[in-house]
Design a protein around this ligand. Sequence first.
Ligand code: CIR
Length: 279
Amino acid sequence: MPDGTSTTPLPAPRQVREESVGKGVTALVRGVPQTFSAALSAAGVRPDVAGAQREHRAYVLALEQLVDRTIAVAPDPRFPDCCFIEDTVVVAGGRALITRPGAPSRRGEVEAVAAALPAHLRVLHTPEHACIDGGDVLRVGKTLLVGRSGRTDAAGVRALRRAFEPAGFDVREVRVDGALHLKCGCTAPTNELVLLAAGFLDPRVFDDLAEVAIIPEREAYGANVVVVADKALVAQGHPRVEEVLNEHGLDPTRLNVREIAAADGSLTCLSVLIHGPEG
Ligand code: CIR
């Protein structure tokens, strides 16, 4: 309309997005600091900072298409690993457990994240003697699987239980050997489906929880996906993962995360998703 007060309905694609994708979902993200080349890396690799920043921007742009709201916490150069925000807080059932990361150099990351959380969340804290990283917590419906890894100890598991059992979650411990975190080798794109890298865990762990799609070892890194409603973010170069997602009605978008991976990061670790007031 000439006077700019058009009442023409929004174009179809946007309407579809609003109805089906990410309704009520908030994503927390944190940028890649200039000190990222000093991020922890099991292989001792020094990632390229500018490359990681480009990858992170593309990730945030893609995620913004899937969620209602994004909260960006400013990167802090004192903490080279701070973009891996997943490790600093576990959110479920309207509660947020501020973690105490297993790596001492990462402990200070939590403060700014705690300050940025949406006000409706009930915030709980991990005690000083415990260690837990959010990368070790995998949610499948009302179950939280928690990896006992090099970063999460028995006291950390207890902290998770204390935080989420009262909200009706079943917290189950799983042993993680030979990987940084539980979610390095498995994620749950939906409450009915788990992607599991071959040989990573005994698939029977998920017997009463979800269907398990075994991802061949050569695509193990791709088992870590971020999903909101029917849209998925997947690391590029994992055709079998994309195929499985398609078979389950999920629409994958590929992302290059080469430099992020050089610092042992994967897709889930770059965000925390908060699903509505009870999510
Ligand atoms: C670390 O070693 O803590 C970081 N360089 C990588 C953390 C990746 N986090 C995750 O997968 N949840």
